[in-house]
Design a protein around this ligand. Structure first.
Ligand code: FMN
Length: 213
């Protein structure tokens, strides 16, 4: 079975892509709204594409009448914060997916406290399990006339709430103790702990192990 994209209905194409490329983490993007407050919105077309230097990409689609507020704000200020989402924050996150007018302070509306960033003027969401301060590198249009863009950003500061530098077993333990921390993100890792441990306990292979000669 296959679908030829050249003749595929657009909404079915979207459904196939979003249901087959899973799981996807959510970037909860905060920007300054130009009126003294903040805009927030979730984006699941998101991931990191380089660790050093750290680079994140976000896919922003076309809005029916105007550009999405997040994109307009990024184009104007060239900075934003990507916040990760825990289960407790899911409801507030959903609220910020509503298409509110651009000058409404969506963080205040969702009852979310902010914490100052260190390198940029956009604050982060205080309750978020991890946040990345970002500066815009470039905006890549996707195709002609689709209105979709890929925002490529340099991460300039990182705020993890849990220590990610723990040995893997301790880290998995910490996640199990506080399941809401990064729950979505690390579910897979926790479920596969036994398997992960077994792999880690094995000695690292060397070239000689592969008997290539
Ligand atoms: C879980 C979730 C994931 C979403 N992912 C995306 C995405 O990847 N790209 C996109 O353009 N919109 C996405 N949306 C829709 C935007 O969040 C929505 O259009 C929002 O109103 C944009 O807000 P803004 O105009 O304030 O930027 C997503 C919505 C939800 C609830």
């Amino acid at each position: 079975m296959h679908f030829d994209v050249a003749t595929l209905d657009g909404s079915l194409c979207y459904k196939l892509m979003t249901s087959l490329v899973v799981p996807r983490p959510i970037a909860w993007l905060v920007t300054n709204n130009g009126a003294g407050g903040q805009n927030a919105a979730p984006f699941s077309f998101f991931n990191c594409f380089s660790g050093n230097p750290p680079v994140l990409c976000i896919g922003i689609g076309r809005a029916p009448e105007r550009r999405k507020d997040s994109l307009a704000n990024i184009e104007r200020d060239r900075e934003f914060v990507v916040n990760m989402v825990s289960e407790e924050l899911a409801q507030a996150m959903n609220l910020t997916a509503t298409d509110f007018p651009p000058d409404w302070n969506e963080l205040a509306m969702a009852g979310l406290e902010t914490a100052p960033s260190v390198k940029i003027s956009v604050p982060r969401i205080a309750a978020s399990p991890a946040a990345f301060e970002c500066r815009l590198r470039e905006i890549l249009p996707v195709g002609q006339g689709s209105g979709n863009v890929i925002v490529v950003a340099d991460v300039v500061a990182i705020h993890p709430t849990v220590c990610l530098f723990l040995p893997i077993a301790d880290f998995l333990g910490a996640v199990r103790e506080h399941p809401s921390i990064l729950a979505e993100l690390y579910l897979l890792a926790v479920e596969r702990e036994e398997e992960t441990r077994a792999i880690l306990d094995e000695e690292t292979a060397t070239v000689e192990d592969f008997d290539l000669l």
